[in-house]
Ligand binder design. Structure first.
Ligand SMILES: Cc1cc2nc3c(=O)[nH]c(=O)nc-3n(C[C@H](O)[C@H](O)[C@H](O)COP(=O)(O)OP(=O)(O)OC[C@H]3O[C@@H](n4cnc5c(N)ncnc54)[C@H](O)[C@@H]3O)c2cc1C
Length: 550
């Protein structure tokens, strides 16, 4: 972190230099001395410091300055750094004005010019100011800062993207005083949010995920244009493939559209993954897998959505949204599945403003002391119910089936039964959502009696099964009627394989050298362990393909 600043402003350059020189002599070891020749220049410097999350300990301003007086400057400066101590430099004739200013800008001290010798007149005042500031400093913020509306889908999207990519950030609503200071420092208003400020002080208004990824230091472009293996999708299957591919010497790159971890990254507690008897959160597992893949030399790219696969001779070419491409000898498709949408009047309108698909862990602290509704009867919904029960007053699990037995693991059913604040609503469905600025009410219907009732809630988390998003493979790779990728013996007839004089390998798709692993594969077991296992297995088949299969 940079040293806290002491800023001095005087329109007379000679005086300004002299003050700065005396301050440096005494305080340069602990503080950064910043000098400005006008109120505006000083304010600009303060805005930059605010955006970079730095601290300002003391402001010294000359009283008589053209365009912006010392008092006017201190008044503006207070809006940005309310905790900085304020000192006015005055001539003897201005003493009365300085005394009056004590009330106007809450002045801490005024110093008569000239202040020589500084040991007697400047340093004792400064020491007292610095001591007072140290007792109540503003905190430095080295993280990314996000300013947004509490109920805003674009603001939620930014926070969710950062959280899933494990980028630490500070969140300020537009009602927070600090949020308003950041908006002022960036020269923006509430209408411009979400505002994202990087630790270097760069500002972005409503950035795209690709832009955000670049600015917060995530890798988004490949180092090379040709690889042995391209893995598409950064969930457990993709990360597994990247670890095994890179560790076995293949030049490997992993392309992820949003955030590594995939669905598993959203899990609050995975309890059935081998080697973690006490369970592991999806975020922890993802972090370890990422580091392992990078350690072995795999490149992991984020905010890279693959939109097309083309076969050009022995090369497999992947196209990105922005028109660029990357090529490889082999490809592993590990694009998993995404949540199916729940269709009921009003739901779509509140997506990101009270209605969320998946567990949206960023929202959990805001749910404290409120009623949360979760739709779904599978393990993912059960985990979410357990997770939100730590924050919410009451968690309502809405399921269409008469009980959880057929869809949820026994261990989770038992955990849920042991939490008195979780209530299961069997044979029930959500048929409507209503609210003003955000979700406020839900309509539930009993599937046995048809009776409808309205409940007050600002939180609905939906986990109702998932489907693959594989349209971009249309006409290239064979898929089943639901869009899952067919592999090995399930492939009907592949002219490419006939030409090669061999059958497709077990996880190989209808395109030789293109494999599928994890949830995206037809008839796969939808589990973390099987996804990781298939990622590893696909790599061994890639080796076989490279040696004897082309
Ligand atoms: C909340 C929750 C809890 C769960 N809990 C458990 C559990 O306790 N135990 C268990 O065994 N299983 C659990 N599961 C299931 C498990 O997480 C999945 O089976 C597993 O994540 C599948 O891994 P995958 O790599 O095949 O796909 P995914 O995890 O779905 O990852 C696919 C990745 O590919 C990316 N992608 C998609 N399309 C593209 C594209 N065109 N370009 C680039 N990238 C793309 C996606 O953004 C995503 O990150 C849970 C799932 C959820 C949602």
């Amino acid at each position: 972190m940079a040293k806290p600043a002491i800023l001095t402003v005087d329109d007379d350059p000679a005086v300004s230099r002299a003050v700065a020189r005396d301050l440096r002599k005494q305080y340069a070891e602990e503080y950064r001395i910043i000098r400005a020749d006008s109120g505006q220049e000083a304010l600009d410097a303060l805005k930059e410091l605010k955006l970079r999350g730095e601290q300002v300990a003391v402001l010294l301003a000359d009283y008589r300055m053209p365009n912006m007086t010392g008092l006017q400057f201190l008044e503006h400066a207070m809006d940005l750094f309310p905790r900085a101590r304020r000192v006015l430099l005055t001539a003897y004739a201005d003493t009365d004005a300085a005394i009056q200013a004590i009330n106007i800008v809450d002045l801490d001290h005024y110093l008569l010019k000239p202040w020589h010798p500084p040991e007697e007149k400047l340093y004792p005042v400064m020491d007292a100011m610095l001591e007072a500031w140290k007792a109540a400093p503003d905190r430095p913020v080295a993280d990314v800062k996000v300013v947004g509306h509490r109920w805003s889908a674009p603001s939620f999207k930014v926070r969710d993207f950062l959280a899933r990519n494990m980028v630490s950030y500070r969140w300020y609503t537009t009602d927070d005083a600090e949020g308003q200071r950041l908006l002022a420092a960036a020269g923006l208003t509430e209408a411009d949010v979400p505002l994202v400020v990087t630790p270097e002080g760069k500002t972005m208004v409503a950035p795209s995920e690709a832009e955000l990824a670049v600015q917060v230091g995530l890798t988004t472009t490949p180092a090379s244009d040709f690889y042995d293996l391209v893995v598409v999708g950064g969930g457990p299957a993709g990360l597994g493939a990247a670890v095994y591919g890179a560790s076995e010497g293949l030049r490997t790159v992993l392309l992820e559209e949003r955030a590594t971890g995939g669905q598993a990254g959203q899990s609050s507690r995975i309890e059935n993954y081998l080697g973690f008897p006490d369970g592991v959160s999806g975020a922890q597992l993802t972090d370890r897998a990422r580091r392992q893949a990078v350690k072995f030399g795999a490149e992991l790219l984020t905010a890279c959505k693959v939109t097309r696969l083309a076969v050009q001779g022995s090369a497999r070419v992947l196209h990105f949204e922005d028109g660029t491409t990357i090529a490889a000898h082999s490809v592993i498709l590990a694009t998993g599945v995404s949540y199916r949408r729940l269709h009921a009047p009003g739901l779509e309108q509140f997506h990101g403003r009270g209605v969320y698909y998946g567990s949206a862990a960023t929202e959990a602290p805001s749910c404290s002391d409120q009623d949360v509704y979760i739709v779904g009867g599978a393990n993912s919904a059960g985990q979410a119910a357990m997770f939100f029960s730590r924050y919410a007053r009451r968690v309502h699990l809405v399921i269409r089936a008469p009980d959880l037995d057929a869809s949820m693991s026994r261990y989770l059913i038992e955990q849920i039964a042991a939490v008195p604040t979780i209530e299961v609503h069997p044979c029930t469905e959500v048929v409507g959502a209503d609210g003003d600025e955000h979700l406020e009410r839900l309509t539930l219907r009993s599937m046995t009696t048809g009776e409808e009732r309205t409940v007050e809630s600002s939180w609905l988390f939906i986990f109702i099964g998932a489907e693959p998003r594989t349209d971009w493979l249309d006409g290239v790779v064979q898929r089943d009627e639901r869009g899952f990728v067919l592999t090995g013996p399930d492939i009907a007839a592949s002219t490419e394989h006939v030409a090669l004089g061999r059958d497709p390998y077990h996880l190989e798709s209808s395109v030789p050298g293109v494999f599928a692993a994890g949830d995206v594969r037809a008839d796969s077991v939808k589990r973390v362990a099987s996804a990781v296992g298939e990622g590893a297995m696909a790599v061994s088949l890639v080796h076989r393909y490279l040696v004897e299969g082309q």
